[in-house]
Design a protein around this ligand. Structure first.
Ligand SMILES: Nc1ncnc2c1ncn2[C@@H]1O[C@H](COP(=O)(O)OP(=O)(O)OP(=O)(O)O)[C@@H](O)[C@H]1O
Ligand SMILES: [Mg+2]
Length: 255
């Protein structure tokens, strides 16, 4: 599929939560320039679970980092709600990430000396933010951590640790959650638990989720998969299945 035939998402009433326009990122490595992002236009709507896929080096991590305000784009714009995050100062970006964005990483990033409950509550405490007790209880039940709340991470399985990280990312109902290979360190059963929960939180809590993954099965839990190649968005699949995603990836890697 060529750029000009890329399908667009069906029109939705609410404005998108995240909008990127003409996003570029160029690395100057001395004698050559690497165009990690070569003009990306993309949007993410409330309650949508989107996977970003593409061959190694296609720009997935760079795109996610620019969308999340973890990296600065060379040109173009990113809006989160009404805020244009491209152009914010470091201190403003730090607050924006803390208050409006959730993060889930491959490596869980839990503090080993804190219990599961303390880990989930930590970002709210650091931000001096009141915790919505009802939401906390709901999330703990949905991720199935009720009887593990007072355990240290070392006493939890990988899947349970990642569910703690997911609960932590979702507690504050951030406008968007960015997940970077969230199941990369999990066996397939724990991985599918985490993915099912992410999908459920998009459907039931209207959580907006953007996930980078290499795994077609993981991507099949999303509502939509967008494909990058050489820093450009070149394809999109709605209601993906693992088979469909694998086939599209193969096609991209052939070119
Ligand atoms: N700090 C950097 N300096 C120079 N080039 C970089 C830097 N970071 C990334 N790149 C280059 O930008 C391009 C996109 O990298 P990126 O990490 O976004 O790819 P990716 O799709 O996440 O790959 P992978 O699937 O391997 O994680 C690659 O060609 C990479 O080598
Ligand atoms: Mg990457």
């Amino acid at each position: 599929m060529t750029e000009s035939t890329v399908k667009t998402v069906p029109p939705v009433a609410s404005p998108p939560v995240v909008v990127a326009r003409g996003l570029t990122k160029t690395y100057d490595t001395g004698d050559s320039k690497v165009h990690a992002l070569a003009g990306v236009d993309v949007e993410f709507h409330r309650g949508a679970f989107t996977a970003i896929m593409g061959p190694s080096g296609s720009g997935k991590s760079t795109l996610m980092h620019c969308l999340a305000g973890l990296d600065v784009a060379t040109s173009g714009s990113v809006h989160l709600g009404r805020t244009e995050i491209t152009g914010l100062r470091d201190a403003e970006l730090t607050l924006l990430r803390r208050d409006r964005i959730g993060f889930i990483f491959q490596s869980f990033n839990l503090l080993p000396m804190l219990t599961a409950e303390q880990n989930i509550l930590l970002p709210s405490q650091i931000a001096r933010r009141a915790v919505d007790k009802e939401r906390f209880e709901h999330i703990v039940d949905v991720v199935g951590l009720r009887d593990r709340l007072h355990h240290l991470p070392a006493k939890l399985s990988g899947g349970q640790q990642q569910r703690v990280a997911v609960a932590r990312a979702l507690l504050n109902a951030p406008e968007v959650v960015y997940a970077d290979e969230p199941t990369g360190n999990l066996d397939s059963r724990s991985g599918s638990e985490v993915l099912a929960f992410l999908r459920g939180s998009a459907r039931d809590l209207h959580q907006t989720i953007v996930m980078v993954t290499h795994d077609p099965v993981a991507a099949s839990y999303a509502d939509r998969v967008v494909f990058l190649r050489d820093g450009r968005l070149v394809d999109e699949v709605l209601e993906p299945t693992a088979e469909l995603v694998s086939a599209r990836l193969l096609k991209l890697e052939e070119v």
